[in-house]
Design a protein around this ligand. Structure first.
Ligand SMILES: Nc1ncnc2c1ncn2[C@@H]1O[C@H](COP(=O)(O)OP(=O)(O)OP(=O)(O)O)[C@@H](O)[C@H]1O
Length: 243
């Protein structure tokens, strides 16, 4: 990609409802997601993290402002085109894995390609499987895998189309500490070694410390940005912001 960012929000504003009951969820957020970067989004409950993520991912639309994925302005697309863009150019990892129980690990990973009617690139599939250390588990069904392994399958599924951006919403929320730390190391290596772009919403300062940069939202505004975060620095800012 020519531009230095994989996706960006420009003066993003989102208002839910109207009149007296209107809620300003995003209040002029400008944020670049650099290509090959790992960005964490933090902030108190209700600060707009999910709204920002959903708008960046084309799952929700802005009231005003712009979201660009690569050079594509999401507002210029029809619903159908946005759905195709999500399928082909974005990856998603959820707190609760969301794997299909009747499919094997490999079938879950290749599902987005299968749904698009395309064979997955075999070299890329092999690279992703090796990077996520899933080679021994490809023929297992989700119920036969640990939570950490299931979430790695979900990361593999998010990566299979070589997306512009992987969106991870509390990806370690359902994992124990050890599996969570491992998963974050895998996400880190997906950025460092495969050049993928990851954005993650988290409440956990330890998880945020794996990112290159943490942005903090309060009341729908970006109020702080921390480059090369550590758990301690994240905690200090959270304390200051009243989380
Ligand atoms: N569909 C909706 N309709 C009305 N208000 C909404 C809707 N979705 C979110 N909001 C409001 O927008 C604001 C931001 O919500 P959002 O879910 O983005 O916050 P968050 O930072 O992700 O919170 P949490 O950490 O609790 O998940 C909140 O005040 C919320 O109540």
């Amino acid at each position: 990609m020519q531009s230095g960012w994989a996706a960006r929000a420009v003066q993003a504003r989102k208002v839910y409802g109207e009149g007296d009951t209107a809620v300003v969820a995003l209040d002029g957020v400008t944020l670049d997601l650099p290509v090959g970067g790992f960005t964490a989004i933090m902030g108190p409950s209700g600060s707009g993290k999910s709204t920002l993520m959903h708008c960046l991912a084309g799952l929700d639309t802005l009231t005003s402002g712009q979201v660009l994925v690569g050079d594509t302005d999401l507002a210029s697309l029809t619903d159908r085109q946005r759905t195709v863009l999500r399928r082909d150019r974005l990856g998603f990892v959820f707190q609760s894995f969301n794997l299909l129980p009747t499919l094997t690990a490999e079938e879950n990973i290749t599902l987005p390609s299968d749904l698009a009617g395309r064979a997955p690139d075999p070299d890329w599939l092999a690279t992703v499987v090796a990077r996520l250390d899933l080679g021994e588990r490809l023929h297992h069904r989700p119920a036969e895998l640990s939570g950490g392994q299931q979430q790695r399958v979900a990361v593999g599924r998010a990566l299979i189309t070589r997306p512009d951006v992987v969106f991870a919403d509390e990806p370690t929320g359902a994992l124990d500490t050890k599996a969570g730390a491992q998963l974050l190391q895998f996400l880190r290596s997906v950025v460092d070694e495969l050049g993928q772009t990851v954005v993650m919403v988290t409440h956990d300062p330890g998880a945020a410390a794996y990112a290159d940069r943490v942005v903090f939202l309060v009341d729908g505004r970006l109020v702080e940005e921390l480059v090369e975060p550590t758990r301690e620095l994240v905690l200090e800012i959270m304390g200051r912001l009243g989380d």
